[in-house]
Design a protein around this ligand. Structure first.
Ligand code: SF4
Ligand code: SF4
Length: 414
């Protein structure tokens, strides 16, 4: 995958989803679970001595394994051991939010425990070079910038974590490939693709460009609530695999009580003929995932509510109601530590830091005000609802907020 000619055309690629029971991260539990999934993967037997394998994990930020924000290092170590045994040259990495530098990567590897993969004979990625890619077959991201280490691999294994997400509702396989984009440029993508469907199309384009040979999801200890960085760990006890990220994500959505229609990437993949629109279309092997479903799994902002009316008046009213029910970011002042990170990551420049009830510095004209009393103020008229502020708040003080009318309608629906 080193030049444009190697880019495959987008096409449907249904594939079975395999599940293995893995109730915890002890090596003796992980080994058989991983082994049962790898033996079902045709590509595993094709790994030869010298094959360059990139294992793209989820390292959203510097979070310890027990927070359930990142792919668990014990699983990644187990995978690396199997690949190294076959003679593969394995590199593990990701582009977390923020700076894509060696120092920043070193910090994230250490805090997440991912530095342990070096004990298996695999390497951690420290190549921070990037390149521009042209992908004419894309639906949204015809041109994008990506990290070079993934482009230089013969085989990519996408090893995601099952979590909630403010904007995309679900982060699992498809969303994980957003880490192929350098952290510092991620906010630009929210501005380029501010609409939810366009953003979902962009994520699908990244998957179609890189086409990981295998997608794995760590659904052992997942994240519910204020995901993808500040939610609460919740055990499901499964490890999942598929050559199709779309089939795999539909099974993941079902596990955490989301319908296909709740998840924009699933809807857009189905509309583009790349993935299934309904769980009945997915072939499942291994453990019975229906026995592991958590219908009460807390979403980032509760379940979505839809309203549609017929006729011009009905459609107008429906559009107004949908507008009124939009989820928005909202700070919980009592939890805010006034670090200003939300201010710095906001791609729409919709945040200003207010001290003592007034803006201490005009947005983007100076540094964020830190210190006691400075809290973010969001200009809703320019907020694009990308939820970067919620994703990167280090203490989970920025929440996905549902309006009163949305909460009321949800109660009625329930
Ligand atoms: S305020 Fe938050 S959700 Fe709104 S544009 Fe800025 S980062 Fe995105
Ligand atoms: S990132 Fe979180 S803690 Fe920091 S200022 Fe924003 S809301 Fe407060």
């Amino acid at each position: 995958m080193t030049d444009e000619t190697a880019v495959p055309a987008a096409r449907g690629r249904k594939a079975p989803v395999s599940a293995a029971v893995c109730p915890d991260y002890r090596p003796e539990t992980v080994r058989p679970a991983l082994s049962s999934l790898l033996t079902q993967w045709e590509g595993f037997s094709k790994i030869q001595p010298g094959t360059k394998v990139a294992v793209k994990v989820n390292l959203v930020s510097a979070k310890a394994p027990e927070t359930a924000a990142t792919t668990h290092p014990e699983l990644v170590c187990g995978l690396c051991r199997e690949l190294v045994k076959r003679g593969a040259l394995v590199t593990v990495g990701d582009s977390p939010g923020g700076l894509f530098t060696k120092e920043a990567l070193m910090h994230v590897y250490k805090v997440s425990g991912m530095d342990r993969v070096e004990e298996t004979g695999a390497k951690l990625n420290f190549d921070v070079s990037t390149g521009d890619v042209s992908f004419p077959q894309a639906a949204a991201a015809h041109v994008f910038t990506c990290t070079s280490w993934l482009q230089n691999a013969d085989v990519i294994i996408n090893f995601a974590k099952l979590k909630t997400h403010g904007m995309m509702r679900l982060t699992a396989s498809v969303k994980n490939m957003f880490g192929s984009v350098p952290g510092t440029t991620k906010p630009e993508y929210h501005m380029r693709f501010p609409d939810t469907d366009a953003f979902a199309d962009m994520l699908i384009d990244l998957n179609e460009y890189f086409r990981p040979s295998l997608n794995l999801v760590d659904a052992v200890s997942c994240m519910e609530g204020n995901g993808p960085t500040a939610g609460t760990p919740r055990d499901i006890g499964l490890l999942l695999a598929s050559e199709s990220p779309y089939d795999l994500d539909l099974v993941c959505a079902d596990l955490i009580g989301l319908a296909a229609s709740d998840v924009p990437t699933i809807c857009r993949a189905a509309a583009r003929g790349l993935g299934p629109a309904d769980l009945s279309e997915v072939t499942r092997t291994g453990a019975d995932t229906s026995a592991y479903r958590k219908p009460d799994f807390k979403a980032a902002a509760g379940k979505s509510v839809t309203f549609s009316g017929s006729g011009a008046l009905g459609r107008f009213t429906g559009a107004l109601l949908m507008q009124a029910m939009r989820q928005v970011p909202k700070v919980e002042p009592s939890e805010c530590i006034s670090c200003g990170k939300c201010f710095r990551v906001c791609p729409a420049h919709a945040i200003s830091m207010k001290a003592s009830g007034r803006a201490a510095k005009p947005a983007r004209t100076g540094k964020a005000v830190s210190g006691r009393g400075a809290v973010p103020h969001i200009d809703r008229s320019i907020c694009i609802r990308c939820f970067c502020c919620q994703e990167f708040c280090p203490v989970g003080a920025m929440k996905v907020h549902r309006t009163a009318i949305a909460r009321l309608l949800q109660r009625k629906e329930n």
